[in-house]
Design a binder for this molecule. Structure first.
Ligand SMILES: [Zn+2]
Length: 310
């Protein structure tokens, strides 16, 4: 007697595009690899075509389904995943990089709904304070580790480069890992050159494994070896899918946010990385509180998306 209307996966546009090379390394200019599309890592979900937006009508025999059509409401928020508890809800994890200079910006990230991760630069004035506040609030705390870029951009204190021998590399890495606490994981700041250096990625992962830290590959180059090294050295890891704010206009933020949501629906999960720009924080403050209800995508901590090596 009851009909069940299951609707609808609101798929955003451009789900098949690969993410553009992030300008996040540099607000001023793109790295030389900027025009190269990123190819998916082996761990990525299969790039199957996006299924058609689901609009499933279940009716009892003899009841003409056509009578249901006027019930379809354009703003209908409930995705199939809500109507069917057995179906998995798409999930999104958010990391905000470059934290540590501004206490106010860091506190705005902590105040966002969900467990948004703070990726904190070592040796910044508010690193320790924000790490403690974030940990107390239940937000994941990560070290945002400066690494050499193809464009040789300034890395700031603690930067790691491809010229370093192992003893210098290890000492500098340990200094950054000890710069504040707690640290649960690490991701790369810039690094389009260093993350392509498999030998040094192995050195990095050996230390992360020893400290039982996870790694998020920011994927600033398609040639990154970080995820392979993490697998080889038994480090839990995941890779960035979308950068939120290479373009900081409202339209630009909305476009990339929608792309992350579409990927989450397509793959089951997605990792979105943003930066503590006022525009980005205002955008997330507006969009995150209604995320699950309106978009059918659940915010989860980055640890929930880690792939564990076997
Ligand atoms: Zn960064």
């Amino acid at each position: 007697m009851a009909w069940l209307l299951i609707s609808a996966l609101f798929l955003g546009g451009c789900t098949d595009e690969q993410p553009p090379e992030p300008a996040a390394e540099s607000a001023q200019q793109a790295a030389p690899v900027a025009s190269e599309p990123l190819s998916p890592l082996p761990t990525d979900a299969p790039q199957s075509p996006v299924p058609p937006a689901a609009e499933v009508l279940l009716t009892e025999p003899g009841v003409p389904a056509v009578e249901l059509l006027p019930v379809v409401i354009p703003e209908m928020p409930a995705p199939a995943a809500f109507a069917q508890p057995s179906l998995r809800v798409p999930v999104l994890s958010i990391i905000i990089d470059d934290i540590g200079q501004s206490r106010v910006a860091g506190e705005r990230v902590i105040a966002l709904p969900g467990r948004v991760a703070l990726a904190i630069m070592p040796f910044t004035p508010n690193a320790q304070l924000l790490a403690r506040l974030a940990a107390e609030a239940g937000n994941p705390v990560m070290l945002h580790l400066p690494m050499e870029s193809m464009a040789s951009l300034s890395m700031g204190e603690g930067g790691l480069d491809t010229q370093m021998g192992r003893s210098v590399f290890d000492a500098r890495l340990q200094a950054s890992l000890n710069a504040f606490s707690p640290i649960q994981g690490v991701n790369n700041h810039m690094g389009s050159k260093l993350t392509a250096d498999r030998e040094r990625m192995d050195w990095l992962m050996a230390q992360l494994a020893a400290r039982q830290l996870f790694f998020v590959d920011s994927r600033t180059t398609k040639d990154t070896q970080a995820a392979f090294a993490a697998q080889a050295l038994n480090v839990d890891s995941v890779s960035r899918d979308v950068f939120l704010d290479n373009e900081r206009s409202t339209a630009g933020l909305e476009q990339e946010f929608k792309r992350a949501l579409a990927l989450a629906r397509k793959q089951g999960s997605a990792v979105l990385i943003g930066h503590p720009y006022p525009e980005s924080l205002s955008f997330l403050e507006r969009r995150l509180p209604e995320l699950e209800e309106r978009e059918g995508v659940r915010l989860v901590s980055v640890q929930a998306l880690l792939t564990r090596p076997h």
